[in-house]
Each structure stands twice: as C-alpha cells, then as structure tokens.
Ligand binder design. Structure first.
Ligand SMILES: Nc1ncnc2c1ncn2[C@@H]1O[C@H](COP(=O)(O)OP(=O)(O)OP(=O)(O)O)[C@@H](O)[C@H]1O
Ligand SMILES: [Mg+2]
Length: 287
C-alpha cells in the first residue's frame, strides 16, 4: 500500500462565484514511503493547492486523499492523524508563525500531538538546533525574526512533530545561496537519518535534480512523473510548459550540440564535471 494515494482529486476555488477557478483536475498520484519527490511546475500550475490537501488543510472538491489507505477526511480523528503524520511547511512560512514567542511556535505541533512537556522541550531544542536557529531567539516574538530566521522557525516547528511525510513548499526561496545550500543539506540529512518521505516543491531545477523522483505539474494536472534523468531528457516538453532544464543539463546539451560525447543522463553539476573529466582524460578523442 502506498503511503499517500490521491484518487481523482479536483479542487475548485470560489465555486459558484464569478471568481471560480479549477486549480486541480482529476489528479491521480501515489507516493511510496521513503521516497524523495520533487514537485515542479510553472507558477499557478497547482502545486501549493495539491500539497494543501495532504494534511487536510484544503478539502477536495472531488476525489479522495488516502493516507495508508485511509481517507484523511473520513472522520475528525482521521484529520487529526493526517495533521500529525504529514508535516507541511507552506510557501510563505511567516504566515505559519502566530504564537507570541518563537519557542511556543515551534512547540505548537508537538503540543497538539499531546506529548509530555519534557519531550516537547527536547523536540523544540533539537529541531531549532537542527535548522540553525539560536536558542537566544526563543523568547522573542516570531515577528521580530529576519526572513531567513522565520523560515527556519517554521521548518523547525514542522520537524519537531517528527512527521512521516515532510512536505516543503519552496523551503529555500528568499535565502542567499549559502543559506539555501545549508538548509537543503540539512533537510536531506534529516530525511536520511529518519528514512522519512519528503515532497519538495521547488522552482529550482537543480534542487529537483537531487530528488529520486520528479513530478511535473502543468495547468492542474500531472504532465510528467519519473526519475530525474527521464524527466530532464524531455527538455523540449519541459520548455513547452514553461520550465527550464537544470543549468548542468543545459550546458551538457550545448556541449553535445558542439560535438562532445556527453551522455544524455547528465543533469547535475557533479555528473557534468565527471563527464568532462572523462573526455579530458581520453585526450579529447571523443570531442
Ligand atoms: N485562495 C485562492 N482563491 C482562488 N484561486 C486561487 C487561490 N489559491 C490559488 N488559486 C489559483 O489556483 C491556481 C493554482 O494555484 P497554486 O497556488 O496552487 O499554484 P502553484 O503551482 O503553487 O503556483 P506558484 O508556483 O506561483 O506557487 C492558480 O491559478 C491560482 O491563481
Ligand atoms: Mg505555490
């Protein structure tokens, strides 16, 4: 059984009004436990709408979302279970911070899980340390934090729940390159240590390239779904729906156009470096 199974999911905003908008239509998707999935798609393609269904924040207009085979809207208890097992860091994490102190904010999720005080405290400190948030800010209002710190606090609040499925909507947006790399390294390390399932929404193709599976959305539907090398082999199709290849894949394509024997499976900077080195070691014979 899949961890998440989505059947015929449709979401219509403001139904029956002049502002009616079908954001997702008839979507079918299964996510297996332990997978790291990158979700990409042009702006407005429905990514945030889709993930908001995974912890029952949005109710499907039609269709169902199953968590371990159970409809997450089956009962109040099912909704509670989904909110405890699926942790979602939304696109604008500052909207997710609402308690009077940073500590209370990070503790909010574990508290809802009815953990005892000592365990909540352990989780809060561990999660804050993990995302690189200094305990000196614990007593501050979240509103006093910088943009990067707010993001880290929101992520810490979700990690402190120790979710089985961690969903992150553009977690690195707005961070400088060093901060972005640091955060991604930490998230991948967290996933590795806990064997958790991760769904990462991103506009950054080089981030998606680090996932084992990529789902591409376009106009409320799934346009592609597969291993990065298979998705990135379809550069023309990606371009047609407003997406670019990762920069390493673009450079590899340019080199191929110029006659270099770079395999089509190259899409990360490491792979590109290895491919160029291999050609160079062959004395450029293949060029
Ligand atoms: N609360 C809302 N009310 C009405 N329409 C909405 C609402 N939220 C999103 N939409 C519309 O639904 C569609 C899908 O939006 P969604 O935010 O899910 O896209 P997205 O892929 O996350 O985009 P982005 O990459 O910009 O974050 C868009 O056309 C958007 O304008
Ligand atoms: Mg979005």
């Amino acid at each position: 059984m899949s961890l998440i199974e989505i059947r015929g999911l449709t979401h219509v905003y403001s139904q029956g009004t002049p502002f009616e908008k079908t954001a997702i239509e008839g979507l079918e998707l299964a996510i297996e436990a332990g997978q790291t999935v990158g979700l990409i798609g042009h702006t407005g393609s429905g990514k945030s709408t889709l993930i908001s269904h995974l912890n029952a924040l949005l109710k499907p207009t039609a269709g169902t979302v199953l968590l371990d085979g159970e409809d997450i809207f089956a009962s109040k208890a099912a909704i509670r279970r989904a909110r405890s097992r699926v942790g979602v860091v939304f696109q604008y994490p500052e909207h997710q911070l609402f308690e009077e102190t940073v500590y209370k904010d990070i503790a909010y999720g574990p508290k809802n899980q009815k953990l005892d005080e000592a365990e909540i405290d352990r989780r809060v400190r561990q999660a804050a340390a993990f995302v690189g948030l200094d305990e000196a800010v614990f007593d501050q209002s979240p509103l006093e934090l910088s943009g990067g710190q707010k993001r880290r606090a929101a992520i810490a609040g979700v990690l402190a729940m120790e979710p089985e499925l961690l969903v992150l909507d553009e977690p690195a947006a707005g961070l400088d390159p060093a901060g972005r790399e640091d955060l991604l390294e930490k998230l991948f390390a967290w996933r590795q240590a806990r064997a958790a399932t991760v769904l990462l929404v991103t506009h950054d193709m080089s981030v998606a390239a680090r996932c084992e599976r990529i789902i591409v959305m376009s106009d409320g539907r799934i346009a592609m779904d597969g291993a990065p090398q298979d998705v990135f082999a379809r550069g023309d199709q990606l371009q047609a729906i407003g997406l670019e290849l990762p920069s390493a894949a673009r450079i590899a394509a340019l080199l191929r156009d110029r006659g270099a024997a770079i395999p089509p499976s190259v899409y990360t900077t490491e792979q590109l470096a290895d491919a160029i080195l291999a050609l160079w070691r062959k004395g450029g014979a293949a060029c």
